[in-house]
Design a protein around this ligand. Structure first.
Ligand SMILES: CC(C)(COP(=O)(O)OP(=O)(O)OC[C@H]1O[C@@H](n2cnc3c(N)ncnc32)[C@H](O)[C@@H]1OP(=O)(O)O)[C@@H](O)C(=O)NCCC(=O)NCCS
Length: 219
């Protein structure tokens, strides 16, 4: 993995990441201008992916939800998207977000979504590592994922990253990932991969004038 071509400040502006097949994706903060991209991306999600993300197989994204998901303050509600070029515009292929809990401001609930056609290409890992880095900046001590009990791959992934995973009385699974100054990761392949990507994101912070082109995401 390499970091090259400094152009701008990654944690304010974004990253460019190469996907496995050489395609380049842009990772950047979500803004109100992303409503249409978000809606199109939602249409690309299978019912299973929707059920895993929203714990119910949503048939449509209500207007007020689109508004909420794109009008974020990047402090209590932090949201970043992954997009690839699509003609003169962009196609959204992934989103990572966390929302600070009102009654426990050092905790935040996170959610990841990658469109089905792009799952398994390490975009989810990149987004989670980025959320972790942003959570550090925001003073978040715990990132909590709420997971459907049948979502085995997510549960296994969270365990492999060292999250505290437990069942809740309402039949869901919660994964609490502790946010440390430097991630304390177990000795698993998933965690090593996460750690490598996290290091690249963190290294990007210190490049000036700041920007990272993160190569080798798939390694
Ligand atoms: C969960 C999700 C975000 C992962 O994104 P992704 O880009 O596919 O993930 P990655 O390629 O970075 O892989 C991350 C882990 O997910 C698991 N995974 C990814 N794709 C998988 C697949 N097709 N089958 C089984 N496991 C898979 C793997 O365990 C992998 O961990 P590894 O490091 O051990 O290989 C994505 O699959 C998704 O959007 N799912 C639907 C929504 C959802 O479940 N959100 C999470 C609720 S908070």
């Amino acid at each position: 993995m390499t970091i090259s071509k400094p152009v701008c400040k990654p944690l304010e502006v974004g990253f460019e990441i190469p996907l496995k097949d050489g395609e380049r994706a842009q990772v950047r903060p979500i803004s109100p201008a992303d409503e249409a991209i978000l809606l199109s991306a939602f249409e690309e999600l299978s019912l299973e992916t929707r059920a895993h993300r929203w714990l119910t197989p949503l048939s449509a994204l209500p207007e007020r939800m689109v508004y909420k998901l794109t009008h974020v303050d990047q402090h209590n509600h932090v949201a970043w998207g992954v997009a690839i070029p699509n003609g003169s515009g962009q196609r959204g292929i992934g989103v990572g977000r966390f929302v600070r809990l009102e009654d426990a401001p050092q905790k935040a609930e996170f959610a990841l979504t990658v469109v089905d056609a792009y799952q398994g290409k390490r975009i989810g890992t990149f987004l989670l590592a980025l959320l972790y880095r942003l959570a550090q900046h925001e003073g978040i001590a715990t990132l909590r994922g709420i997971i459907a009990p049948d979502h085995r791959s997510m549960i296994l992934w969270m365990k492999a990253l060292g999250a505290n995973v437990y069942h809740t009385p309402d039949g869901l699974v919660q994964a609490d990932l502790s946010v440390e100054t430097q991630p304390q990761l177990p000795n698993t392949r998933s965690a090593q991969r996460f750690g490598r990507i996290f290091d690249l994101i963190q290294a990007g912070d210190n490049v000036h004038p700041l920007q990272s082109h993160v190569a080798g995401l798939a390694q």
